[in-house]
Each structure stands twice: as C-alpha cells, then as structure tokens.
Write a protein that binds this ligand. Structure first.
Ligand code: A5P
Length: 220
C-alpha cells in the first residue's frame, strides 16, 4: 500500500487549477483519486473524466467534478496504474478489466502518467497474461485466432461467470511465453475481428513513477 500511495501522491503534484484530469482504475490509481479528492476539498479547481464506473463512483463520493466527454476535446493529464512496465515505458494494462476505457482516455490525453509499485517493473513484457477485450458474439472463434498468435488464452471468470466489462464485453487473458515485439503483437491482436482492444499500451506513457516498499519513489 505504501509504495502505491507514494507513487500516486507524487503524480498528483502535477495537477494544477483549471486542468481536465483523467482518472485511472485500480488500487494504485485509487490513491491518486483519493489525493485529488483531498486537494479539491482544499480548493483545487479541476474537472475530471473517469476510466471506469468504479473510479467515477469514487470521484463522485469525493466531490471531484466530472465532465461529459462531449464537452472536451483533450485531457490535460491522466494518472493511471499498470500491470507491467518495460524499460521503453510500454505497458500491459487491463488486470482490472478497464483497458478499453483506459486506452480511449489515454489516447486523448496530452500526458499519461503511470503510477506503479516496484513489482510492476519488468525487463520484458509478457509474464502477466495480456488482457484482451472481445465481443461475446462468436468469441470461441476469436479465441482460436488469439491462440494462433502463440498464447494460451483463458476466459476471465468472476463469481463463476464470465467476467463482463463496463462495456458489456468479455476479457480473454492471453499468456504468452514472452512478448519480444509488443508493437507488432498489438497490431496482430487488434487485426482480429471480434477483438475490441488489447492491454498493450505502446508509446503512450509520458512518465512512469515507481513506488518502493519503504515509501520512497523514483522515475523509471
Ligand atoms: C485496470 O484495468 C488496469 O489496467 C489497472 O491499471 C491495472 O490493473 C493496475 O491496477 P493496480 O494498480 O490495482 O495494480
């Protein structure tokens, strides 16, 4: 907890009056939203968009003003977590199932700040199974095409049912032996009809803040 909180607290120091802020999802982004809530209560004036229903609910509880996507063209800063970060700042995201909304928000953000604890930093992506969001229609076929890319695909289950995303889709967790060429794999996966989006975030992060067990922080 300390490591995640420390990283999140450093990240929110970048947020200033008047900004439109993207709120990430997960247990690290949670601390960023908490910290922003406290600053808003102390007079910080921001407007926010959320990357999941869970984060939207938390923001509302904390009194962070939310703005409809229709009213914005760009987001100033988004603060989000990740499941893996490599030395090129490529990411695997979607462990929490929010990868599609996270990628939509990240793509329209001037700056994406990633907050992680040290356990997420890897030399090469792929030990964490890559989450892929797929539509339910014909997903047995979609899964075969994913397997043909060289992974062991598994339908994500929650409470003995296939997990359903905020967008009404399924998540297939794809275990590759390793992911030596993340950009190519990203293209190949998104080229399969039935795939909505995958959890590889290539060249999107502009800053990575790493929190350590002793509460110290550093940049990657
Ligand atoms: C949510 O879909 C993910 O992309 C999260 O950003 C990721 O799982 C990180 O979550 P934690 O901070 O809880 O590890």
């Amino acid at each position: 907890v300390e490591a995640k909180k420390a990283a999140a607290e450093l990240a929110i120091t970048e947020i200033q009056d008047g900004m439109i802020v993207g709120l990430g999802t997960g247990s690290t982004a949670y601390w960023a939203i908490q910290g922003l809530g406290a600053r808003v209560q102390n007079g910080l004036r921001i407007q926010a968009v959320a990357t999941s229903e869970a984060s939207e609910k938390l923001a509302k509880e904390l009194g962070i003003p939310l703005i409809p996507f229709a009213d914005i063209s760009e987001i100033d800063v988004t603060i989000d977590g990740a499941d893996e970060v490599d030395p090129d700042w490529h990411l695997i995201k979607g462990g929490g199932g929010a990868l599609l909304r996270e990628k939509i928000v990240a793509f329209s953000s001037k700056k994406l700040i990633i907050v992680v604890d040290e356990s997420k930093v890897v030399a090469q992506l792929g030990a964490f199974p890559l989450p892929v969001e797929v539509v339910k229609f014909g997903y047995e076929l979609t899964i075969r095409k994913l397997r043909a890319l060289g992974c062991e695909p598994k339908v994500r289950v929650a409470d003995n049912q296939p997990f359903v995303t905020d967008n009404g889709n399924c998540i297939i967790d794809c275990q590759f032996a390793s992911i030596p060429s993340p950009a190519e794999l990203h293209q190949a996966i998104n080229g399969i009809p039935g795939v909505v989006e995958n959890g590889l975030f290539i060249g999107m992060a502009r800053k990575v803040i790493v929190g350590y067990k002793d509460g110290s922080v550093g940049s990657l």
